[in-house]
Design a protein around this ligand. Sequence first.
Ligand SMILES: NC(=O)c1ccc[n+]([C@@H]2O[C@H](COP(=O)([O-])OP(=O)(O)OC[C@H]3O[C@@H](n4cnc5c(N)ncnc54)[C@H](OP(=O)(O)O)[C@@H]3O)[C@@H](O)[C@H]2O)c1
Length: 335
Amino acid sequence: MRAVRLHEVNGPQALRVDEVDRPHPAAGEVLVRLRAGALNHRDLFITRGLYPNIALPASLGSDGAGEVAECGAQVTSVRAGDAVVIDPMLGWGDDPRVWSAKASILGMPHPGTLADYIVVPAGNVYPKPAHLAFEAAAALPLGGLTAYRALVTRGAVARGETVLLTGAGGGVQTFALLFAKALGARVIATTGGAQKCARALALGADVAIDYRADAQWAKSARAAAPEGIALAVDSVGGETFAKMLTAVRPGGRVVTYGGTSGDATLKMFPIFWNHLTICGTSMGSPADFAGMLALVSGERLEPIVDRVFALEEIVAAAQRLERGEQFGKVVVSIA
Ligand SMILES: NC(=O)c1ccc[n+]([C@@H]2O[C@H](COP(=O)([O-])OP(=O)(O)OC[C@H]3O[C@@H](n4cnc5c(N)ncnc54)[C@H](OP(=O)(O)O)[C@@H]3O)[C@@H](O)[C@H]2O)c1
């Protein structure tokens, strides 16, 4: 079977489509014939050596949807032929507040979803939302899970609140935008460029601010929310995170799940004086994954697919993400 693998840490251009042996499901596992996968920023970080414990060759991909091809012994929850999406979070553990020390993610160190087949624990496959094609469903797992936990479980978003989303064109943030609107929040999105602003507005953002053109974007966001920004969700980090804190209203909540642009230097006074709550979050529990799928199915939400590439076009797909040209998820069709 085909699998996208990284043999040397040298950026997206080092990705190759290799022929490898098809795995077999052990007891409690299922073999999934993947129909589509998707990229995450995590995949880029791995190609650049910016991820812990990289073991080469690394088989990449955390997002996938397909059909169950074979069930290992003792699997009763699914049957061959079932259309499924895969939860990429392995071994979350029993504590809903935080993952266990044994938790890991599909696609390095485990073989990833950018392949014809993958073996995963039966508990990690969920029925594909019926209204979604495989390519749209494959966009969901890592980004949808992370956004759901950030916004709902950790951010406790409430109907009628104003939410600030920074870097709204990112794969995860487009889910945060969809979910926040579906849950009745008002959304202020910052994103890079006029075209991305137009897309954010078309997807339901109430206000879109071009952070490239407006150095005072945090001030502009505050001005656009006379009622105050109750919740802000960020993964850009660095100066963006520091500025974002100044936009949130007293008593507001801030959730971070990433630091794409690096670490932040923070002013302490506004944090304690304004009684801000700052929460960290990563991926999500099985309950978060199920909650995310229920929201997507219940509201018939369509993930924002930026572009679909063939598996053989993996280098071009990853380079598009690295250049930040995407709005939404970069999907890989696995025909
Ligand atoms: N902790 C976790 O479990 C977890 C899970 C998923 C992702 N992450 C992390 O979250 C981050 C985003 O992941 P992703 O897969 O959504 O990435 P992505 O699709 O590549 O999106 C990144 C977005 O960040 C924005 N951005 C980048 N540099 C910026 C800057 N200097 N100022 C403002 N915005 C900037 C851009 O937004 P615009 O397009 O709007 O300009 C870009 O689209 C990554 O660091 C990733 O590792 C963490």
